[in-house]
Design a binder for this molecule. Structure first.
Ligand code: SF4
Ligand code: SF4
Length: 323
């Protein structure tokens, strides 16, 4: 599902955020937001390509001054909308989301550790979750060993959220140093807490899913079995997402934004844009993956793509230049 970055503005300062550090508009000026006609153009191209789902990302996308209008417009055009939010959602945007039928909108609320919130911010977050109910699913970004995600299950159950929790792992962005990411050497230390969380979630009827970039071999065979029993059989993906900046520049994903980028207008449609980035991803993967991955059964059977390509590029000393 292609994503449009509505605004680079954000009301959080998450240490692992690559959107904050990615050079999305050529110069690191202040916040930039998508013009309404850029949203129209983005949705036009999606519709022409037969795609009926769109993602709205940021920054914090609900801070766009026309967020409620943009949501209404996308729904009127029959799109299913997924909003990637930090949960600190302004009133008008929250009211509009809460008034939308749950089968037309999903809000993936990325929650940080409990200690990252002031009492006021925690009140705003839980207020948003209470209003969104089943429209909201929780996400959690793991950016250090010893992470604490023990509040997620309680939040999901208390507020009647969608019964899924999406775990992400903080990746580096090629050519950027400014945000926190997990070193591959630390991946195995994350495995047991992830499995324990998946088991805890399963006991409350929730399923833990995985964002891209995890590696199958960070888990032992027994941990993979336990994940499977907990209903969270992971696919260890690294694939073309297609993120668009407010000016409709596009890239595979934020961590690769400095390696390859293009303009929406370079392609007849989104399918062609996806094909372009998918080929780039596959070629680059073959160039930088170690032999251990290329010879690995998990790779051969398509279960694992070798983890995050941005991590592999960094390991290979390739800092990248977009184009
Ligand atoms: S390089 Fe692959 S795993 Fe890493 S963020 Fe991009 S799509 Fe995800
Ligand atoms: S493909 Fe590479 S990263 Fe994935 S399980 Fe195999 S060796 Fe590990």
């Amino acid at each position: 599902m292609p994503n449009l970055m509505l605004t680079t503005a954000c009301n959080q300062q998450c240490p692992y955020c690559f959107a904050r550090t990615a050079d999305v508009h050529g110069a690191r000026a202040g916040a930039e937001s998508a013009a309404f006609d850029a949203v129209e153009r983005f949705l036009d191209v999606l519709a022409r390509s037969g795609i009926r789902e769109c993602g709205l990302i940021g920054g914090e996308p609900t801070l766009h001054e026309l967020f409620a209008e943009i949501l209404r417009y996308a729904l009127r055009r029959d799109f299913m909308v997924q909003v990637f939010s930090n949960g600190l959602i302004p009133g008008e945007a929250l009211d509009r989301l809460a008034a939308t039928p749950p089968d037309r909108v999903r809000v993936l609320v990325n929650v940080n550790e409990r200690t990252a919130y002031s009492p006021a911010a925690w009140g705003t977050l839980t207020g948003s979750l209470g209003k969104l109910g089943s429209r909201a699913a929780l996400g959690f970004n793991i950016w250090h060993v010893g992470f604490d995600a023990s509040h997620l299950v309680d939040l999901a159950v208390t507020h009647g959220l969608h019964p899924s929790i999406r775990l992400s792992i903080a990746h580096p962005a090629v050519g950027e140093q400014a945000h926190a990411s997990v070193e591959p050497a630390d991946y195995p230390a994350l495995a047991e807490p992830i499995v324990a969380l998946a088991e805890h979630a399963a006991r409350s009827g929730l399923r833990v899913g995985f964002d891209c970039g995890f590696r199958a071999c960070m888990f032992s065979p027994d941990q993979l079995r336990r994940l499977h029993l907990a209903g969270s059989m992971a696919r260890f993906k690294c694939e073309t997402i297609l993120d668009f900046s407010p000016r409709l520049e596009c890239w595979n994903c934020f961590p690769l934004a400095n390696v390859r980028r293009a303009q929406l207008g370079d392609f007849p449609g989104v399918i062609e844009a996806k094909d372009h980035f998918r080929s780039f991803l596959e070629e680059t993967r073959r160039e930088v993956l170690p032999h251990a991955c290329l010879a690995c059964d998990h790779f051969g059977f398509g279960i694992c793509r070798g983890g995050c390509l941005a991590v592999r590029l960094r390991e290979a000393g390739r800092t990248g230049s977009a184009g």
